[in-house]
Design a protein around this ligand. Structure first.
Ligand code: NAP
Length: 231
């Protein structure tokens, strides 16, 4: 297996942390990022206790200055980024109804979960080589073909937008042979998913780890449990 340099946004906990753990265990050069430096350092220590090597740099995906610093840290340390995994996202507890949400709730969700993801891609693109990979962590809550679930509507719409961005980015980057795919981890037991979620962290992280390691991947597709699903 070829060793790759891989950055995962929002990887101090949850599915992002599990992706980092698995990829580090496979011998890749992984970059753990966290918007909170202390939480990031604690996550790194947890992995080092398990004899796993990771590089840490802070990153708040909604902050241009933070993006800039993170970009320079990675450029100086590695000079390239083979795989970018956009994982960081939020669900606000006030996100209950598109008609009743304060505008701020919907805008903050769209900003964090969609527009900021695009800023991350734009920032790191100069470091991504030909045949590099971009992986978007989406949700079937954003599906345009499944029935509407009725929960966290701004969050669901942010994932619909992320899916649309994935398709367009895949098209724009095809001439550089950079693949751009989205996946849904399923309903996973994390701070976001809650305790009653049926899936484990390992199940949630399986598809992105597979998208990193597969010899060849398509582009502009949406995956769940390693299988292509409709948008
Ligand atoms: P989680 O446990 O809440 O972790 C989310 C991570 O994103 C945290 O590290 C959080 O940092 C970080 N984050 C949020 N906004 C950020 C920002 N502006 N800059 C940097 N980091 C930021 O959630 P999760 O369940 O692991 O979710 C991971 C991904 O899977 C998300 O994209 C989510 O939408 C998706 N997903 C999850 C489920 C599920 O059931 N869990 C289902 C479908 C899709 P802090 O620790 O500082 O808050």
């Amino acid at each position: 297996m070829t060793q790759k340099t891989i950055l995962v946004t929002g990887s101090n906990k949850g599915i992002g942390f599990e992706i980092i753990k698995q990829l580090s265990g496979l011998g890749h050069q992984v970059i753990l990022t966290s918007r909170d430096e202390d939480k990031g350092q604690k996550a790194v220590q947890q992995l080092r206790n398990e004899k796993l090597e990771v590089f840490f740099t802070p990153l708040d995906i909604t902050n241009e200055l933070s993006l800039d610093k993170c970009f320079h840290n990675i450029k100086n340390e590695f000079g390239k980024l083979d795989v970018l995994i956009n994982n960081a996202a939020i669900v606000l507890k006030e996100d209950r109804s598109l008609l009743k949400n304060a505008n701020e709730v919907t805008l903050q969700t769209l900003h964090n979960n969609a527009f900021a993801q695009l800023s991350v891609v734009r920032k790191f693109l100069p470091l991504i080589p030909r045949s590099g990979r971009i992986i978007m962590t989406s949700s079937q809550g954003g599906s345009m073909s499944d029935p509407v679930g009725g929960w966290s509507p701004a969050y669901c719409i942010s994932k619909s937008l992320l899916n649309a961005m994935t398709r367009h980015l895949a098209h724009e980057l095809s001439h550089q042979e950079i693949t751009v795919n989205a996946y849904c981890p399923g309903w996973v037991r994390t701070d976001m998913g809650g305790r009653s979620a049926p899936r484990t962290l390992e199940q949630g992280a399986d598809t992105p780890v597979w998208l990193v390691n597969s010899e060849k991947v398509p582009t502009g597709k949406f995956f769940y449990d390693r299988k292509e699903i409709p948008w």
